[in-house]
Design a protein. Structure first.
Length: 378
């Protein structure tokens, strides 16, 4: 074995993960939902039966960081990191259940910073392993599906019921799904309208380059306005028009305005990036400019266009949280309720699904873009 780590990314991440898991707060035991809890480490909360398997997996990953990098060691790293991630999450549920068994009903067991830091590091190790394997779409999809299925199975079995986050969800179950549906609806409506406006505008700029500086200048200026300020600026004119200065209307308008620049820029880049010889060949076989656009330029520029769509979708999912400030609803309502009540788990009830939605959208669009890059249009 080499005296220096061959996989320095894995080495650094596993060192941070071990340090956070061993020294950080695994869970916090609080007498109620509004009081900061007493931090408990993994050994205190989960005991040796939980800590030892995790320590063995950490040691295995540490050894793999020094081993010669081959496909076998990369697959081993992926397997160990997946097992460690799922076991770490399983340990959180087990520890919460054990602590709640002998605690008063008002007690809350919250996840500590050490838990979240370790989850982040282990997730990055999984991602690094997939990238080093140059994993195709099926392997990536299978890995994500395995993680989601395992966590969903734990949740459905009631394994996380002792966690304060699960208790916040149980108290607001119907409201949660209603706000999640509204959040998705706001994002889909804004992205659809932005596509309907931005894609033709990108084609227009590609056909008339002289219009580019003015259009891009206006769209760039729109990006400099803070989101809260833009939501506020829309209240007065929309109220004057009778549309309603609060609610879904200003939220969708603001999201559309923020989404236009990436769509227009990437549509323009995708079309202008097509090899001119391909355009000449298409013209030579008798295709009209409209036929060239639909049959040649748009299909060949689709990966670049999808990259812009990824940016827009993830951005819209995040900005919709802020839209709760003007009565648009969505997951942001839990975030701001939690901030007002100084209830961290209520904040997480809105923040975590938002993060997961953004990751899911980014992952799905990345897979679609990868498929088009591997199988470009003829």
């Amino acid at each position: 074995m080499n005296s220096m780590p061959r996989n320095r990314v894995l080495f650094a991440l596993i060192i941070v993960a071990v340090a956070a898991g061993a020294l950080g707060s695994f869970v916090a035991d609080a007498p109620n939902r509004l009081v900061s809890g007493q931090p408990l480490g993994l050994w205190q909360a989960g005991g040796a039966t939980t800590a030892l398997p995790l320590a063995l997996l950490g040691a295995a990953l540490l050894v793999l960081s020094f081993a010669r990098i081959t496909r076998a060691t990369r697959l081993a790293g992926l397997g160990c990191s997946l097992a460690a991630l799922l076991l770490w999450i399983f340990a959180a549920g087990s520890s919460a259940s054990a602590l709640m068994a002998a605690a008063p009903p008002a007690t809350r067991i919250a996840l500590g910073w050490g838990f979240w830091a370790t989850v982040f590091c282990l997730a990055m190790i999984v991602l690094d392993a997939l990238q080093r394997l140059d994993a195709h779409g099926l392997l990536r999809l299978s890995t994500v599906a395995a993680i989601v299925a395992a966590i969903a199975a734990m949740a459905l079995a009631g394994h996380f019921d002792g966690l304060s986050l699960a208790r916040e969800y149980a108290a607001r179950r119907s409201a949660f799904w209603s706000e999640l549906e509204r959040h998705c609806w706001l994002v889909l409506a804004a992205v659809a309208i932005a596509l309907a406006i931005g894609a033709p505008l990108g084609v227009f700029v590609a056909r008339r380059p002289s219009a580019g500086p003015g259009i891009f200048g206006a769209l760039n200026l729109m990006q400099t306005i803070p989101s809260v300020a833009l939501f506020g600026l829309l209240i007065a004119p929309l109220s004057a028009l009778g549309v309603g200065g609060i609610g879904a209307a200003p939220a969708i308008i603001a999201l559309v305005l923020y989404s236009l620049l990436p769509i227009v820029r990437n549509t323009h880049a995708g079309i202008t990036g097509v090899d001119p010889t391909v355009i000449d060949a298409a013209s030579g076989v008798g295709l009209t400019p409209t036929q060239i656009l639909w049959r040649v330029e748009l299909p060949l520029g689709l990966p670049v266009f999808l990259a812009g769509l990824r940016i827009v979708t993830v951005q819209a999912i995040g900005l919709t949280v802020i839209a709760a400030l003007i009565g648009a609803g969505g997951l942001g309502s839990f975030v701001f309720q939690g901030i007002g009540q100084y209830a961290l788990d209520l904040v997480l009830l809105g923040a975590l699904p938002t993060i997961l939605l953004a990751l899911a959208a980014d992952f799905a669009l990345a897979l679609i873009a990868a498929c088009f890059e591997r199988n470009p249009a003829p």
